[in-house]
Design a protein around this ligand. Sequence first.
Ligand code: ADP
Length: 456
Amino acid sequence: MFWRIVSFLACQLGGGLAGWLAASSTGAATTELEGLALGLVLGGMAWFLFDMSRGARLLNWLRAGDVSEVALSAGLWGEVSARVRRLVLGRDRLLRESQNRLQDFLLAFQASPNGVMLLNAQGGIEWFNQTAATHFGLDPQRDMLQHIGNLVREPSFVRYFAIQDYQEELVMPGRESTPARPVRLSVHLYPYGQGRLLLLSRDITALEQAEAMRRDFVANVSHEIRTPLTVLGGFVETLQTCSFTEPERERYLALMAQQAERMQTLVSDLLTLSRLEGSPPPGISNWIPIPDLMRQLEADGRALSAALNPATGRLHALVFDGPIEGEIAGVENELFSAMSNLVGNAIRYTPSGGAIAVRWDFLPDGRVVFSVSDTGPGIAPEHIPRLTERFYRVDHSRSRDTGGTGLGLAIVKHVAQRHGAELSIQSTLGKGSVFSITFPASRFRTAPDRILPLPG
Ligand code: ADP
């Protein structure tokens, strides 16, 4: 401001002096005063025009909106331009920072495994992430600002949205739900701000399936345990109320023992399954000699065959074969339980006199296969994919009569998976079945005497 007054006075002084000197050269006293006045006016006008031109430059600079350079460097207008520039640059920085923050928030919402949608007070869609787009079949380009009611037409959602009671979540079918592949969504609306709504959606299909499986499992276990318990209870009551001869009593007690054993086997299989699910997968440090496994399988197999055919004495033709020299890595009791389940099934489901072959084979890529083939009744193709489900049985009476729990193949599948192996089932109705477990090459090694010791 000081320099502004100084420059104005300097212009006046210069103009006045020039007017005075120009008039004094003519010699008349009145003309000198007029010259002074005229000089002052002209000096003032010159300052005013110069000042206006600087103001106009500043105005043009502001209109152009390019604050990358300073319009004027000195004077009042210079200071105004510098302050305006600083203010604008500060606002720009703040704006950039809040835009970056908003972008971060949106990226976080985008990364969310749940669907997120923001609705304005009128129910228009302001933003949604990719998961919400998949859940409701929305298109980010086409559907922004559209009313949610026009895009999500599922009746239960329309009702939920209209009633405006958002205390509870809504469970509704997803956009891609079909009777064969149902998709279930949990949707919850949360009011915020001035009538706005936050919509969160979650795919709960797997959760609902797991819950249904858990319910089925509990129902199945209860059913499996109730049957022998009812039989046992009946025998106890009969023994308490009636008098029997010694042979009759012996027979009843034997039948009771059979039911108790059935429950014991069931509980033991259930415990095996829960142990398999709860423990970490076995490493490749414990090596089990295959000949040992085969010897034990053969002994148990022959004993079972004899126990199942006590009257006829006609046993199964059992063959244990293959290049069995070598070791397999894993948990011995798990592997033995899986293999003996397959051998046991073959014996239990194949009528006496049938042939059963248990063998090991190498595949060209180094994998090894343990297989059990039988000449039993075979299994119809529609049952095969379901055989490893818990309590799934094709032949209910044969399974129960021979002490089956319906959990054997579920155990085999679990053990195989834990060892990185695969259970496969081939069967022809009326001809027989082949159950095989294919182990990865890394789980097999030749007998230790052929392995060179590690140096040092
Ligand atoms: P279970 O204890 O009833 O044998 P599994 O899980 O071991 O239960 O087997 C499931 C069902 O698969 C059996 O109930 C039976 O119907 C069928 N199955 C298993 N192995 C054979 C086989 N070798 N031949 C024919 N059917 C079989």
